[in-house]
Design a protein around this ligand. Structure first.
Ligand SMILES: Nc1ncnc2c1ncn2[C@@H]1O[C@H](COP(=O)(O)OP(=O)(O)O)[C@@H](O)[C@H]1O
Ligand SMILES: [Mg+2]
Length: 381
């Protein structure tokens, strides 16, 4: 409610003497702003520009009388919330007053009006108006919220429909693309190509691999398959991913992998495919960060976390590292600094690790590269 607002009262009466006296009394006793009009014809115009909080109207005035003005006020959208107090002469009967109420008057006062009663009635109308205004504000706010939600919903539904369609298309593309990518890799290994042809074959392999990874990331994001936990030998899994990474077209000729895997690692309960994808995403990012030459160190060791047995997989590269302002955003879906990045790799890593009740942390190494540390519990549940 408006607590500091000083109410404005518009007094309309062709009796100049009454106007002057009433204005003085209202102003001095209540401290309200008082506007006066000796001619009913200007009431609508003044009400529109000044927006008074109450209008006190004489019933009989030359030109336009009170009930007539009242009807117009109540029929005008931006003025219909202003309460009207009609000042009637002694000769007006109950029937007349009833008609005025139907025309929209909010209250009556018999002339000659007692100043205390006039003030009391004006105050009642002010209280009602304040409440009504508050209600209207709340209603408008609510309406705005409902409309905003409806717009959001519409957008979400459209996006969901587009997402579903894209996922369908991606699904259709995945298998033939996998076949293309594998065949290209075999051809590239077996064919003896020279010069330009060799370069072209590299492009086919590289681009089909990139597309395959993007589609896999997208499908895992849009339609994550259910998790399937089994006991897995982590050493084998990590070595597998490193071997694949070394053969990938992303891997520069002078990139070195350093693997330091603790002996006697326990078998760990994970979804093998998902953790394979997690490691691949982290190593892929490391490869992209190091470029043609660099070192990627992978350490795997057991570590207790909150008294729970777990295993850490740490991947350190000597690339450019992650700018401080990016650190809090890199796990968000679609965040990427790469011209052809999907921004889905780390979001996949985070949700998969979370589904394993694990943690993933990132920091920059003293030498400048990035350090990703994934902790996974040995047992689920
Ligand atoms: N090892 C890293 N070194 C430097 N920056 C990284 C590394 N890993 C991730 N990032 C940053 O995080 C962003 C998001 O990574 P990711 O979710 O895998 O998406 P994408 O690889 O498609 O960009 C990358 O664009 C990059 O800016
Ligand atoms: Mg990535």
């Amino acid at each position: 409610m408006q607590s500091k607002h000083t109410p404005t009262v518009l007094l309309v009466d062709d009796n100049k003497e009454f106007l002057d006296v009433t204005e003085k009394i209202l102003r001095e006793i209540t401290g309200y702003n008082v506007l006066t009009l000796a001619d009913g014809r200007e009431t609508i115009q003044v009400a529109t520009t000044q927006k008074p909080d109450v209008i006190v109207l004489d019933v009989y005035m030359p030109g336009r009388d009170g009930p007539d003005i009242c009807r117009q006020l109540k029929g005008t959208q931006e003025l219909d919330n202003i309460p009207v107090l009609l000042l009637t002469g002694g000769g007006n009967d109950a029937q007349f007053r009833a008609r005025c109420l139907e025309d929209g008057a909010d209250d009556f006062l018999m002339k000659p009006a007692d100043s205390d009663e006039l003030i009391a009635r004006v105050n009642v109308l002010l209280r009602i108006k304040a409440l009504q205004d508050e209600l209207r504000r709340e209603r408008d706010e609510l309406e705005e919220k409902v409309q905003a939600r409806a717009r959001e919903l519409e957008k979400t539904e459209t996006l969901a429909a587009i997402g579903k369609m894209v996922a369908g298309v991606a699904h259709e593309i995945r298998n033939p693309l996998g076949a293309i990518s594998n065949s290209a890799a075999v051809l590239s290994r077996d064919l003896i190509l020279e010069g330009e042809d060799h370069k072209l074959m590299d492009i086919i392999v590289q681009e089909s691999n990139r597309l395959r990874d993007t589609i896999t990331d997208f499908l895992t994001f849009a339609h994550p398959p259910p998790y399937n936990f089994t006991l897995v030998n982590l050493r084998e899994l990590v070595e597998d991913v490193i071997l694949l990474a070394g053969q990938d077209t992303l891997c520069g000729d002078e990139v070195v992998f350093q693997a330091d895997i603790e002996d006697y690692l326990p078998e760990i309960e994970i979804d093998r495919d998902r953790i394979h994808q997690v490691l691949w995403n982290l190593i892929r990012n490391a490869l992209e960060a190091t470029g043609e030459r660099g070192e990627i160190a992978i350490r795997v060791f057991t570590q207790l976390l909150n008294r729970k047995n777990g295993v850490v997989i740490q991947i350190v590269d000597d690339g450019s590292g992650i700018p401080d302002e990016d650190v809090e955003h890199i796990f968000a879906p679609f965040f990427t600094r790469k011209a052809k990045g999907s921004g889905l790799g780390l979001s996949m890593v985070q949700s998969a690790v979370k589904a394993h009740c694990g943690t993933v942390r990132v920091q920059n190494d003293d030498t400048g590269g990035a350090v990703f540390k994934v902790w996974l519990p040995v047992r689920q549940g």
